[in-house]
Design a protein around this ligand. Structure first.
Ligand code: C2O
Length: 542
């Protein structure tokens, strides 16, 4: 195994998109940021120097961080932020994962421009499929004409929903359907006959995305750095945080083809952004000829509200082979996941419907990040008053879709920094039940530090009497982010074998801003994190 060293300088960088120039925060001046490559078993050491005027942390999305929770990165969960002028060395080992992950900022909305691919190659090219000719990371992102930090600050101040982005992007470029973007459209050169591996990453802040390639079928072979049973499809759907690896054979006439992505906006009755980002797959047409300038073919994409297309795609993802699902279950948890409307503080005017503020909660608790200490440090050092351990294991009320009889208490969640303690080594089964009070939509729920099996998903209320029979205990997919279907549920299972404090949240950043998060505390001693490595000496001070 090797150790790979990287220097990441967080800095303001001038860029031009959609006819406007402005400064964005980048790593090393690159947008998207640098690609990190490693092999299974390698160690990564990333020295982050903050030369920007914002606090920042970086998160290695999907990396299990076994015993290295200090390197996980979510601000005020596992570390205090790296202040302007400060630095921190993230050091961790890739254990047991292969495929596509990514990294991103985990402070405020900085991840809008601070993200990149993290690719884990198999040892000795031992792919469970024929080695692809080329491997092409395709990062889907979202672009604001304004500073995204100001967009979220304004929304937080007023309680209103934040502005939609102005474009989606592929590898940092909106593509030629947006104004002033044609000449910078991402072009991916390919050659007739070869089979390539496309590593799709949804790095958008607030949008689930459908993706398709004109004229080409895609064979899905991996998701969230786990291999999957190959299946062929013409459209993918990725929630923010999710990755999907596909093999594509260049079996079409020499020409140009669009790769296009647009929102799967499952929210009912809510205005959505239906603009489309494009990149061009360009066949090489021989040695000396100039590249043919033909109008690329456009792929068919599902309608923005095509929940059937989205759920059919997700349900098609299975583990490559038979797995042994952990059991019996020690912790049987049931968490509601939903949006709500909070009361407006007395004497103020709020930007939500009927003078409310937009909010979100899990089991009626709207998560509040600490602001002066990280939860992991507070637990490790025994600092009181930073968090409480009374996160409820079951919802306080039963949500009823049929009668639309919504308990008033769901409109007024409790705010708090509540964690749920999991016994080290316990087998955890978690039902995630969507309960939106407005704007029913799909929530991509991500757990830090863990991969989990998705045993079943469905619409309506989860009913153990009939839905337990639907569990896939043979080849369920292993992922780090599950799309809880709109007005529906998902059941996941994992072993709490990694000590630390692990954030679980909706990966739509607007929802985490509203409190759609909680944290698990996995302790492997009696009130002591025994096998967790000691905190690095340069852990940023709180
Ligand atoms: Cu992709 Cu909390 O992270």
């Amino acid at each position: 195994a090797e150790v790979h060293y990287h220097d990441f300088v967080v800095q303001a960088t001038p860029v031009r998109r959609l006819c406007k120039a402005h400064n964005i925060i980048t790593v090393n001046g690159q947008f998207p940021g640098p690609t990190i490559e490693a092999k299974k078993g390698d160690t990564l050491v990333i020295n982050v120097v903050n030369r920007a005027r914002y606090n920042v942390t970086l998160h290695w999305h999907g990396v299990r961080q076994m015993r290295t929770a200090w390197a996980d990165g979510p601000e005020f969960v596992t570390q205090c932020p790296i202040r302007p002028g400060g630095s921190y060395r993230y050091r961790f080992t890739i254990e047991g994962q292969e495929g596509t992950l990514w990294w991103h900022a985990h402070s405020s909305w900085l991840r809008a421009t601070i993200y990149g691919a993290l690719i884990i190659h198999p040892k000795d090219n031992s792919y469970p499929f024929t080695k692809p000719k080329r491997e092409i990371p395709v990062l889907l992102g979202e672009w604001w004409d304004r500073n995204p930090i100001n967009v979220v600050r304004q929304a937080t101040r007023t309680g209103a929903a934040p502005n939609n982005s102005d474009a989606f992007t592929i590898n940092g470029e909106p593509g030629d359907l947006y104004k002033c973007s044609r000449k910078d459209t991402t072009v991916i050169p390919v050659r007739a006959g070869e089979t390539n591996l496309f590593r799709f990453i949804n790095a958008a802040l607030n949008a689930e995305l459908f993706v398709a390639i004109a004229g080409h079928k895609m064979t899905v072979v991996g998701a969230d750095a786990s291999y999957t049973k190959p299946f062929t499809t013409s459209v993918l759907m990725l929630g923010p945080g999710q990755t999907t690896d596909v093999l594509v054979t260049m079996d079409q006439p020499v020409s140009r083809y669009y790769i296009a992505a647009r929102a799967y906006a499952s929210a009912q009755g809510v205005p959505f952004d239906n603009t489309t980002t494009t990149a061009i797959l360009e066949y090489d047409c021989g040695s000396s000829e100039p590249v043919r300038v033909v109008q690329p073919a456009f792929p068919a994409l599902p309608a923005y509200n095509d929940t059937r297309a989205a759920s059919t795609f997700s349900a098609g993802i299975k583990s490559l082979s038979r797995v042994s699902v952990p059991g019996p279950v020690d912790e049987n948890l049931f968490f509601t996941v939903g949006l709500g409307l909070f009361g407006c503080p007395a004497g103020k005017t709020c930007g939500g419907p009927n003078n409310t503020r937009f909010g979100a909660s899990m089991n009626n608790v709207s998560f509040v990040l600490p602001d002066s200490y990280s939860i992991l440090q507070a637990h490790y050092q025994g600092v009181p008053g930073v968090f409480t351990t009374d996160f409820p294991a079951v919802p306080p009320v039963q949500f009823d879709y049929t009668s639309q009889n919504i308990s008033r208490s769901l409109w007024q969640p409790i705010k708090g920094t509540k964690v749920y303690k999991l016994k080290y080594g316990s087998v955890v089964q978690l039902v995630l039940q969507g309960t939106n009070i407005f704007a029913a939509e799909n929530h991509p729920i991500h757990i830090h530090g863990y991969d989990f099996y998705i045993l079943a998903e469905g619409f309506g209320n989860f009913n153990p009497a009939k839905d337990n029979a639907k569990f896939n205990l043979v080849d369920p997919p292993m992922r780090n982010t599950v799309g809880v279907p709109v007005n529906g549920w998902a059941v996941i299972r994992f072993v709490a074998d990694n000590p630390g404090v692990w954030l679980m949240h909706c990966h739509l950043d607007v929802h985490i801003t509203w409190g759609l998060a909680m944290a698990f505390l996995v302790d492997d001693g009696v009130g002591e994190l025994q096998s967790l490595e000691a905190p690095p000496v340069d852990l940023p001070p709180c």
